[in-house]
Write a protein that binds this ligand. Structure first.
Ligand code: URA
Length: 213
């Protein structure tokens, strides 16, 4: 597994505003969107392209276009939805599949409650959107799910990661034989006893969309 913590002043600035407990939901949503677009630039560095011949106003030229099969963006519901527009803006030809996963706040185990994805992901590059790589349980389950359907290259885009989650994800996906990259704005200090990232930014879903019980 490859881990890339994007070191860029704009990323650090936006992340600081997201972390601030005083930042309201509309601002949080807008900045999360902008931050994902910056992360998406790094996350798509290995996007597959095919050569194309075009004609400029001046001369013929050789260029590239994103190749087929189209990349698949997979936001993990609910909080991953807040990252979808920021990612799709940069990869507008990508298709989108949805994976609904929830973690039990007592056991911290992830369960799948909704799926809307192509059955066959053979040859697809997949971009999984999950704001918080905390215990790693949700992301590991999502990666297994996609590999079971044939995904051959997976990049997870996360706003924040915890060292414990990075280690767990590495361990749980090592045997899959599929390239996995995690792109994040920062790797924080640790998880607390409730499975929250410290210092983190709190519950990403609640900060995006409000509290539901
Ligand atoms: N999920 C969140 O939304 N925040 C955390 O800190 C950990 C998991």
């Amino acid at each position: 597994m490859r881990l890339l913590a994007v070191d860029h002043p704009l990323v650090a600035h936006k992340l600081t505003v997201l972390r601030n407990a005083k930042t309201d939901s509309p601002t949080f949503r807008r900045l999360a969107d902008e931050l994902v677009t910056l992360l998406a630039y790094e996350a798509t560095r290995d996007a597959r392209v095919a050569t194309v011949e075009i004609q400029t106003p001046v001369a013929p030229a050789t260029g590239v276009k994103l190749s087929s099969p189209k990349p698949l963006i997979v936001p993990i519901l609910r909080a991953g939805l807040g990252m979808l527009d920021g990612m799709a803006r940069l990869v507008p030809t990508a298709e989108v599949g949805f994976l609904g996963m929830i973690r039990d706040e007592d056991t911290l185990q992830a369960t799948t409650y909704a799926t809307r994805l192509p059955d066959d992901l053979t040859g697809r590059q997949c971009y999984v959107l999950d704001p918080m790589l905390a215990t790693g349980g949700t992301l590991a389950a999502a990666v297994h799910f996609l590999v079971d359907r044939g995904a051959e290259d997976i990049t997870a885009v996360c706003l924040l990661a915890a060292p414990e989650g990075v280690e767990y994800l590495e361990r749980e996906t090592r045997e899959l034989g599929v390239p996995l990259t995690v792109v994040t704005a920062a790797v924080d200090e640790r998880l607390n006893e409730k499975g929250y990232i410290v210092p983190g930014l709190g519950d990403a879903g609640d900060r995006l969309y409000g509290v539901v019980d």
